[in-house]
Design a protein around this ligand. Structure first.
Ligand SMILES: [Zn+2]
Length: 333
């Protein structure tokens, strides 16, 4: 859904850019900076909304304590400032392109969003801080990693309180991956902890994080490509030219039509990866007990088995499905 929201962000920024700048004006550094910052902000905001929802509505249902509001706001604001600064810098670097083509909003948008998406892991690494695990936990995790087929992971304990819940996250798209474990996870029961660790090991081994970045970039290329094709086909309603406000309704329709399936494909890939990681984890540690525990933490039935649309849009299989798959996998062991 972030993809669709990002596409809608383009339309909003486009509308604003068309209303505020003509081509000559958009070449000025300050104007280019403003456009870049607005594009970066429009691609960053949907993620913030999802994260906030997860933190304050979803985490408590897992029985976890959300971050203090001030802490959460600081983390979000830091990410926002970095993202917007990056977007502005990219737009400034690109402003000579504006001289060459009437396509500058689309080109600037793709360049800014691509930079923000690909710099995302680096930005995340900048403000999630960790410290080495105690040697006992590290040795135990290394055994789980080795039997899961991964030899080099830098395990760390999250110290920056930028994430809560029974969570581990992998940072670093290239080079040795860093897996940060929340203090809550490190303090959890062995079963539960080992399962989450084995699940993360599976993501690392199958390079799921890199895959998601590639899909994200491909999704953007498809969205911009669709607009370009419709423009080339030159339907009547595009005769006004893409920078004309009259092209906005068809542009929005095309983007919505393309971005929605792109978003569903991203979610579908993510669900497939989560399923795979669950099964790998069960095969690795030989117990689905943790999955059962995890599901038991959810008290809301709509969470356990959400509606069809929520299911399609979700990056994770439903807890009910994960539980059933885990039971089947154990039975066949
Ligand atoms: Zn996962």
């Amino acid at each position: 859904m972030r993809t669709s929201a990002r596409a809608c962000g383009l339309v909003v920024v486009w509308l604003w850019a068309v209303a505020s700048f003509d081509d000559a004006c958009a070449r000025r550094p300050v104007a280019a900076m403003a456009v870049g910052a607005a594009i970066a902000a429009s691609s960053w905001l949907p993620g913030v909304v999802v994260d906030t929802w997860m933190e304050y509505r979803h985490e408590p249902r897992f029985g976890s304590a959300p971050l203090p509001v001030l802490r959460f706001t600081t983390v979000v604001a830091m990410g926002g400032v970095l993202t917007v600064a990056l977007g502005a810098a990219v737009a400034i670097a690109l402003r000579s392109v504006i001289e060459l083509t009437a396509w500058w909003p689309a080109i600037t948008w793709s360049a800014v969003v691509a930079t923000v998406v690909f710099a995302g892991p680096g930005i995340a690494r900048g403000f999630h801080r960790g410290e080495p695990l105690d040697p006992e936990a590290e040795a135990e995790f290394a055994i789980i990693a080795r039997s899961g087929g991964v030899t080099s992971i830098d395990w760390q304990r999250l110290t920056s309180a930028t994430e809560s819940g029974l969570n581990a996250m992998t940072l670093g798209v290239f080079g040795r991956p860093v897996v940060l474990c929340t203090p809550e996870l490190l303090a959890a029961d062995d079963d539960l902890r080992d399962f989450v660790v084995a699940h993360e090991v599976a993501h690392v081994r199958r390079r799921h994080h890199r895959q998601a970045l590639i899909t994200s970039a491909a999704g953007m290329a498809i969205e911009v490509g669709a607009l370009w094709m419709v423009h080339r086909v030159s339907l009547d309603w595009f005769d006004a030219g893409l920078l004309d406000a009259r092209s906005l309704p068809p542009a929005m329709a095309v983007l919505a039509a393309v971005a929605l399936p792109v978003g569903f494909v991203e979610a579908w890939q993510s669900r497939a990866n989560e399923r795979r990681a669950d099964l790998d984890a069960i095969a690795n540690i030989g117990s689905p007990g943790a999955v059962v525990l995890r599901v038991l933490h959810q008290h809301d039935r709509s969470d356990l088995d959400p509606g069809r649309l929520a299911r399609l849009a979700s990056g994770h299989p439903t807890p009910a499905e994960r539980l059933m798959a885990a039971e089947r996998a154990t039975a066949s062991h």
